[in-house]
Design a protein around this ligand. Sequence first.
Ligand SMILES: C[S@@+](CC[C@H](N)C(=O)[O-])C[C@H]1O[C@@H](n2cnc3c(N)ncnc32)[C@H](O)[C@@H]1O
Length: 246
Amino acid sequence: MPRIVAVETLDGLAADDPAAMRSRRDLRRLHRAMGTRSIVSRALKDMTASRRTAAPLRVLELGAGDGRLMLGVARALAPAWPQVELTLLDRQTLIERATIARYGELGWSAVVKVVDVFDWAADATDARLRGRATAHWDLIVANLFLHHFEGAQLTALLTAIAANADQFFVCEPRRAWLALAGSHLVGAIGANAVTREDAVLSVRAGFCRNELTALWPTQGVEWQLQEYSAGLFSHCFRARRLAANG
Ligand SMILES: C[S@@+](CC[C@H](N)C(=O)[O-])C[C@H]1O[C@@H](n2cnc3c(N)ncnc32)[C@H](O)[C@@H]1O
């Protein structure tokens, strides 16, 4: 199935548009159906298992949406994880104060950054070129986000992520016939027209095989990479910085 990236309806709607609000609720239900929380929790637990420092874990989520998926992950991980300083980045203001408070109850400090991801990438690159201090992340995470991009944009984004993080994890739609069939059936869980349309577009723009591995920039650094199918509908990619070459 060729990869086709198209603008999703939700991306063109204002944050407080009733159809958008309903679609974000649908997304939470879809995550439950897809088992996203356990897929992400399992991967992040595994990726940080060998961490030996008591310093807070600095985590950045790109395209965090309403922050609720990551909150579910935080609930699963908080008992075993160290302190976490989490930054939730999205270009829309979607995160409620109550969600931030719930992170606090788990001992995670969460801050919201409302910015376009390409402005974040450009700022980080500019800071490095000028020798200005820039945030370095123990872990960058993204869920249902990378599939919005292709070509030069996707390459630029992966380059910025690789330059600014020790580890990266992403969980995206799997571009496969079963997932495509499933995406045509999301009406069965009561999804609205926006979600029904975007679900199909997301699968067509999703990833498969080793597509993200092939795009990952090494930039003189040795990385451990892993790309795999998860559950029935998801496709995951993990990268861990090992050492600089030369
Ligand atoms: C499909 S939603 C996924 C939200 C969340 N990660 C989840 O899985 O529930 C994609 C999110 O990416 C955000 N987004 C899309 N393009 C973006 C960009 N260029 N910069 C920052 N955020 C963006 C949207 O606002 C939206 O919240």
